[in-house]
Design a binder for this molecule. Structure first.
Ligand SMILES: [Zn+2]
Ligand SMILES: [Zn+2]
Length: 303
């Protein structure tokens, strides 16, 4: 059977339990949430019972409370480290290049942090021994090589997270057919491939479908880097996912609990973030996502 999992999510689960053990002393008690979070909580949509093939069907996750989040070591922006970087790798056509710029804009809004796109690096940085031909005749790159031998060396100015985006398909190890992406949360680096997110062309509706997937995947992965674990509270962009079909089903919205976690270390203006997201979805014709933001805005009492 083909292993179509998001390996990035698997890695997260295995490495976070240790951190929790170490941080049991100096327990931080969660303060009551600000009114914003209780206002938008009514728009959280409970997850249904997991069906065969769903992430939660095969992964019995317990979720992460706000208190658990506060008591787990995680990074927050500082004066020294506060810029998210994207590293395109390979040859991108004009529509793909446009999507990378749109991811940049989105991440800047989503995390309320400056986000920059580094100069594109050539596929030549990946040597022969870290490439192979996949089962559909497509060239694939070894994802771990990109993390260890390309991204780890890059130390962009004030970087807090670095994500490579490849045009080529990826594989994590010889016995796997492919992987959508791979991450090392400890090193704050990740790589995602654009290869499987769209058909041959990116015209018309395909453009929006691919863009929405990229926005979900990139915000999910960088969310992990900031200490957010998989969410089981509601339909949320931090839900674990087994396939691109499941990603499509999940909401692009961060549920009220995950927003509470993220904002606790960032201290951004929640309403400004929400209005920025509303504007972004409107400008990019992502109608369903726009409606989600509008529903949240309607519920906020102090705008
Ligand atoms: Zn994940
Ligand atoms: Zn959530």
């Amino acid at each position: 059977m083909k292993k179509l999992f998001f390996l990035l999510c698997v890695i997260l689960c295995s490495c976070q339990s240790n951190k929790e053990e170490k941080t049991k002393t100096n327990h931080i008690q969660a303060p009551p949430p600000a009114p914003y979070f209780t206002d938008i909580k009514v728009n959280d949509v409970k997850l249904g019972k997991p069906a065969y093939g769903d992430w939660l069907f095969s992964h019995k996750e317990k979720g992460q409370s706000f208190e658990q989040f506060l008591n787990t070591k995680h990074i927050v922006p500082t004066k020294e480290e506060n810029i998210i970087y994207l590293q395109p790798m390979g040859k991108f056509n004009s529509l793909q290049t446009k999507q990378i710029e749109l991811i940049r804009q989105y991440l800047e809004i989503f995390f309320q942090l400056e986000t920059k796109v580094l100069s594109t690096v050539s596929n030549d940085v990946v040597p022969k021994q870290a490439r192979r031909i996949g089962d559909m005749g497509q060239e694939q790159f070894l994802a771990g090589y990109i993390l260890d031998s390309v991204l780890k060396k890059e130390k962009p100015h004030k970087g807090i997270a670095l994500m490579a985006i490849t045009e080529k398909d990826l594989y994590p190890k010889p016995e796997w057919n492919f992987v959508f992406g791979l991450a090392s949360y400890r090193d704050k680096i990740a790589v995602s491939s654009i290869y499987r997110l769209h058909d041959e062309n990116l015209e018309g509706a395909d453009f929006s479908v691919c863009l929405e997937r990229l926005l979900k995947i990139c915000s999910h992965e960088i969310g992990h880097m900031f200490g957010l674990r998989h969410c089981i509270e509601a339909n949320c962009v931090m839900n674990g996912t087994n396939s691109i079909a499941e990603t499509d089903m999940h909401s692009i919205r961060l549920c009220s609990l995950c927003q509470l976690k993220l904002q606790s270390g960032f201290n951004y203006d929640n309403v400004k973030r929400l209005k920025d997201l509303e504007k972004y979805f409107k400008e990019n014709n992502l109608v369903e996502d726009l409606e989600l933001m509008q529903k949240d805005l309607e519920k906020i009492k102090n705008k």
